[in-house]
Design a protein around this ligand. Sequence first.
Ligand SMILES: [Zn+2]
Length: 93
Amino acid sequence: MKVPRQIRTYCPRCRRHQSHAVSLYKKGRDRKMAEGNRRSVIRKRKGYGGQRDPRQRKFSKTSKKQVLLLKCSVCGHIVPRLGIRLRKIEIVG
Ligand SMILES: [Zn+2]
Protein backbone atom coordinates (compact mmCIF):
# COMPACT_ATOMS: atom_id res chain seq x y z
CA MET A 1 0.00 0.00 0.00
CA LYS A 2 1.21 3.49 -0.82
CA VAL A 3 0.73 6.23 1.75
CA PRO A 4 1.28 9.94 1.08
CA ARG A 5 3.90 11.75 3.16
CA GLN A 6 1.42 14.46 4.10
CA ILE A 7 -2.17 13.74 5.16
CA ARG A 8 -4.81 16.30 6.05
CA THR A 9 -6.81 14.85 8.94
CA TYR A 10 -8.32 15.58 12.33
CA CYS A 11 -5.99 16.63 15.15
CA PRO A 12 -7.47 15.98 18.61
CA ARG A 13 -5.33 18.69 20.22
CA CYS A 14 -6.15 21.44 17.72
CA ARG A 15 -9.68 20.04 17.48
CA ARG A 16 -9.77 20.54 13.74
CA HIS A 17 -8.26 19.26 10.52
CA GLN A 18 -4.58 20.00 10.04
CA SER A 19 -1.93 18.62 7.76
CA HIS A 20 0.03 15.77 9.31
CA ALA A 21 3.44 14.33 8.55
CA VAL A 22 3.28 10.57 8.13
CA SER A 23 5.89 8.15 9.45
CA LEU A 24 5.98 4.50 10.30
CA TYR A 25 5.93 3.23 13.86
CA LYS A 26 9.02 1.22 14.74
CA LYS A 27 9.61 -0.84 17.82
CA GLY A 28 12.02 0.72 20.30
CA ARG A 29 14.94 -0.93 22.05
CA ASP A 30 13.99 -3.61 24.61
CA ARG A 31 14.51 -2.82 28.26
CA LYS A 32 16.58 -5.62 29.74
CA MET A 33 15.01 -5.38 33.17
CA ALA A 34 11.39 -5.37 32.02
CA GLU A 35 9.18 -7.96 33.70
CA GLY A 36 8.56 -9.94 30.56
CA ASN A 37 12.23 -9.99 29.70
CA ARG A 38 13.31 -11.21 33.13
CA ARG A 39 11.08 -14.24 32.73
CA SER A 40 11.77 -14.64 29.06
CA VAL A 41 12.85 -17.75 27.27
CA ILE A 42 15.93 -15.92 25.97
CA ARG A 43 17.25 -15.47 29.50
CA LYS A 44 16.54 -19.06 30.51
CA ARG A 45 18.26 -20.39 27.43
CA LYS A 46 21.53 -18.71 28.37
CA GLY A 47 24.34 -20.74 29.87
CA TYR A 48 24.51 -24.43 30.44
CA GLY A 49 21.55 -26.54 29.30
CA GLY A 50 19.53 -26.65 26.15
CA GLN A 51 16.28 -25.36 24.79
CA ARG A 52 13.59 -25.30 27.48
CA ASP A 53 10.43 -24.57 25.59
CA PRO A 54 9.54 -25.61 22.08
CA ARG A 55 10.31 -22.96 19.48
CA GLN A 56 7.38 -21.58 17.56
CA ARG A 57 7.79 -22.49 13.94
CA LYS A 58 4.27 -22.27 12.58
CA PHE A 59 2.75 -18.82 12.38
CA SER A 60 -0.82 -18.34 11.29
CA LYS A 61 -0.26 -14.74 10.18
CA THR A 62 1.97 -13.89 7.25
CA SER A 63 2.01 -10.14 7.72
CA LYS A 64 2.43 -7.55 10.47
CA LYS A 65 0.09 -4.78 11.46
CA GLN A 66 1.60 -1.50 10.34
CA VAL A 67 0.97 1.54 12.52
CA LEU A 68 1.20 4.99 10.99
CA LEU A 69 2.31 7.91 13.15
CA LEU A 70 0.62 11.16 12.22
CA LYS A 71 2.39 14.29 13.46
CA CYS A 72 0.39 17.50 13.42
CA SER A 73 2.31 20.22 11.60
CA VAL A 74 0.82 22.96 13.82
CA CYS A 75 1.04 21.67 17.40
CA GLY A 76 3.35 18.67 16.93
CA HIS A 77 0.93 16.22 18.54
CA ILE A 78 1.54 12.66 17.37
CA VAL A 79 -1.37 10.29 16.87
CA PRO A 80 -0.83 6.62 16.05
CA ARG A 81 -3.28 5.46 13.44
CA LEU A 82 -4.80 2.02 13.94
CA GLY A 83 -2.70 -0.65 12.29
CA ILE A 84 -3.85 -2.62 9.30
CA ARG A 85 -2.35 -5.87 8.09
CA LEU A 86 -0.09 -5.19 5.16
CA ARG A 87 2.56 -7.14 3.31
CA LYS A 88 4.26 -3.99 2.12
CA ILE A 89 3.91 -0.33 2.97
CA GLU A 90 5.48 2.61 1.20
CA ILE A 91 5.44 6.28 2.13
CA VAL A 92 5.34 8.23 -1.12
CA GLY A 93 5.45 11.85 -2.17
ZN1 LIG B 1 -2.57 19.85 16.12
